[in-house]
Design a protein around this ligand. Sequence first.
Ligand SMILES: [Zn+2]
Length: 76
Amino acid sequence: MISPFKCPGSFGSGTPAIKIKICPQCGGEVELFSIDMKVDCPSCGQPVFNNINSCAEYCQYAEQCLGTDIYSKLKK
Ligand SMILES: [Zn+2]
């Protein structure tokens, strides 16, 4: 029996990890937690997205896991 809310992807570990992403606009480093969907770049304000949209691509439970609102934005 698989819990419908147990995501094996980005949210599976339970412990938020800090990740460094590179801003696509200014090339600066942007710190975000693994549970963050989006962080605005501190240098230029460009929204930098975490790669949880890949989760929405393959996970059949992404809609419940992320919420319908976020899910529909990611799938757009
Ligand atoms: Zn930037």
